[in-house]
Design a protein around this ligand. Structure first.
Ligand SMILES: NC(=O)N[C@@H](O)C(=O)O
Ligand code: NI
Length: 158
């Protein structure tokens, strides 16, 4: 299957796109900063928000996907700390199992937030340095379900 450009509309079933598209919601700091306010649906059931840094190995396209995962107790945001695009993989939810895989390539300056329970591929940079801030749930109990695909899915550039 092939990647598609990340847009808020196409990603809406899976989560939020964070970018500075359009006009800011408000100008702050004496008019020197545009605030794109409250742009993600965060959820940290029975826990709290945490900010972690991920230093991930870059991958290449074509990319062979063998596993997806989800976090039933919380949302998870991937915020690149570079201006490099990255690969975002999701799957529709069929209840206990993931459905069709959908793959996006971000534009520079875009970040994403997976909604609670969204099936997704793990953090997948396409270029070094692979450095991301990740905002997700810190709390008790399990918050990771993994699903190994019956057949690997080859993801190619769209
Ligand atoms: N396991 C972990 O902290 N990261 C994954 O959830 C991921 O989506 O990369
Ligand atoms: Ni995850």
């Amino acid at each position: 299957m092939r990647t598609q450009p990340l847009t808020a509309e196409a990603f809406a079933p899976f989560g939020d796109v964070l970018d500075c598209a359009g006009a800011p919601d408000k100008m702050i700091n004496e008019g020197l900063c545009g605030r794109f306010h409250d742009r993600a649906q965060l959820d940290f059931a029975d826990g709290r928000a945490g900010i972690s840094l991920f230093q991930a190995e870059p991958r290449s396209l074509p990319y062979t996907l063998t596993l997806v995962e989800r976090h039933p107790e919380g949302s998870q945001a991937f915020i690149p700390m570079s201006f490099e695009p990255f690969l975002v993989i999701c799957a529709q939810d069929l209840g206990d199992t993931p459905g069709e895989i959908v793959a996006f390539e971000t534009a520079p300056g875009q970040a994403i937030n997976f909604h609670r329970g969204t099936w997704h591929g793990v953090l997948t940079p396409l270029h070094a340095p692979g450095l991301f801030a990740v905002v997700d749930r810190i709390g008790p109990g399990a918050n990771l379900e993994e699903f190994r695909l019956a057949e690997p899915v080859l993801i190619e550039r769209g």
